[in-house]
Design a protein around this ligand. Structure first.
Ligand SMILES: *Cc1c(COP(=O)(O)O)cnc(C)c1O
Length: 432
């Protein structure tokens, strides 16, 4: 270990602050360098000015606790603002005014927590409204892994229905899977794996028909689809304005370009929203209420999220959405034009999967990923099935698009000739 930094134990004597920070810089050497725009996963950036603002906003709240907004009212106001602004973006503004007033929601720590809450709310709704003892939810195989976590945590059976050949949810097959114990139907806008917006109108109608709940997972799309729509790059309906959608989630820490740790979940009406918070007096510490999973909650991400929404504003987000759209469009057409390469389905926005043609005439997809990493330091997550590389394109990628397009064509051509196969076949998204 470095001088003065003992292995695996607390130093007997505190170290100098600069030495501690220097050591952290050393530890980071192997971290992927996303600043140059060659990472197409996990990170969303909108420029140095935004990053600087996020740091300054979070720095105002190094020790506060969002567990109690009576002690820190500013955190209550900021959360309220974020929820209200998000509701406007996600369709509340297009609902009839009596319905619009009922839309309510909460902040969570991220998309996973939002989906956990949506599932728990549906389970509790089933218990109280239907007396459902063994609840299930019906969702496409493309819906996010966090629903499996929710299924496991809350004992709600997950009925996964295979997607259609275009990777969209198969509404007819999902309808067949709904039974008297189904409490929730799920659609994605767009799906994480292939970036497809499911037929939300049909899924929500299916749920409404059966009198059950419908969650739209817009964790990925919530802060870019509204702007792509206004720019004329998207026509599919997907949000809370679609009749039958009863809840929706959107991650401010993705295309909202906030610091990690903020997502929003919205419910169509107060009765549903009221099922989410937890309140107890059954201990010796007094009335304890909390809106989501965590007790103590960090204030920094809330502050940074509030700051970035106001700093960017509608025109800022429109410009960023246009940049991301142009970069994604250029990369998608390069993939379609490259020998042996193909997109997986017809992705609706700025997130997509690609690889060698699935009829086995194309190059090995994982070898393609390895070759791109070697040639230009390009980093795409691997996923399967089917073997694919995954790209989340954000505003910061515009600067490197041309180089990527060149490298893609070159690497695809070389692999078709060499026929190289990757030995390591693992596909990893989250790690333990
Ligand atoms: C990212 C994502 C999630 C999970 O969000 P986390 O913030 O990683 O917990 C859920 N659904 C979709 C569609 C996502 O893209």
């Amino acid at each position: 270990m470095a001088d003065g930094f003992p292995d695996n134990r607390l130093p007997a004597h505190g170290l100098d602050a600069d030495a501690v920070l220097d050591r952290m810089h050393e530890l980071r050497v192997e971290d992927r360098d996303w600043r140059g725009g060659r990472v197409f996963s996990l990170v969303y950036t909108a420029g140095d000015d935004v990053l600087d603002l996020l740091k300054r906003a979070a720095n105002l709240y190094p020790a506060e606790n969002a567990l109690n907004t009576m002690v820190f009212p500013s955190l209550g106001w900021m959360q309220h603002d974020i929820v209200t602004i998000t509701a406007g973006l996600l369709g509340a503004d297009r609902m009839p005014s009596d319905e619009r007033r009922g839309v309510s929601g909460f902040l969570t720590s991220g998309g996973t927590e939002s989906l956990l809450q949506a599932t728990k709310t549906a389970r509790d709704w089933g218990r109280s409204e239907r007396g459902t003892g063994r609840p299930n939810m019906v969702l496409a195989t493309s819906a996010h892994a966090a629903f499996e976590k929710a299924s496991h945590y809350f004992d709600v059976e997950s009925r996964r229905i295979p997607v259609r050949a275009d990777f969209s949810a198969d509404v007819d097959a999902m309808a067949d899977a709904v039974d008297d114990d189904t409490v929730l139907v799920v659609g994605s806008a767009p799906s994480y794996p292939q970036g497809i917006i499911d037929p939300i109108v049909d899924l929500a109608a299916l749920a409404a028909d059966r009198g059950i709940l419908c969650h739209v997972d817009a964790c990925l799309g919530g802060f870019i689809l509204p702007f792509l729509g206004r720019l004329g790059h998207l026509a599919k309906p997907w949000d809370l304005a679609v009749p039958g959608v009863t809840s929706i989630s959107a991650d401010l820490h993705k295309y909202g370009y906030a610091s990690k740790g903020v997502s929003v979940i919205l419910y169509r009406n107060r009765a549903l929203a009221g099922l989410q918070p937890f309140i107890t007096t059954n201990w010796l510490g007094g009335l304890y209420g909390s809106p989501s999973m965590a007790g103590t909650r960090p204030a920094g991400p809330i502050a940074a999220g509030w700051a970035v929404l106001h700093y960017l504003g509608e025109d800022g987000y429109l410009a960023l959405a246009e940049d991301a759209h142009q970069a994604a469009t250029a990369i998608k057409s390069a993939i379609e034009g490259a020998p042996g390469l193909a997109l997986r389905g017809a992705p609706d926005a700025t997130v997509f999967a690609f690889g060698g043609e699935l009829d086995a005439t194309g190059p090995d997809t994982f070898a393609l990923g390895d070759a791109l990493a070697e040639r230009g330091g390009w980093f795409f997550d691997r996923q399967s099935p089917p073997d694919s590389l995954h790209a989340t394109v954000h505003a910061g990628h515009g600067a490197v698009t041309e180089q990527l397009v060149t490298d893609l064509a070159a690497v695809a051509g070389e692999l078709l000739v060499s026929g190289a196969q990757a030995e390591d076949r693992r596909a990893t998204y989250g790690t333990i």
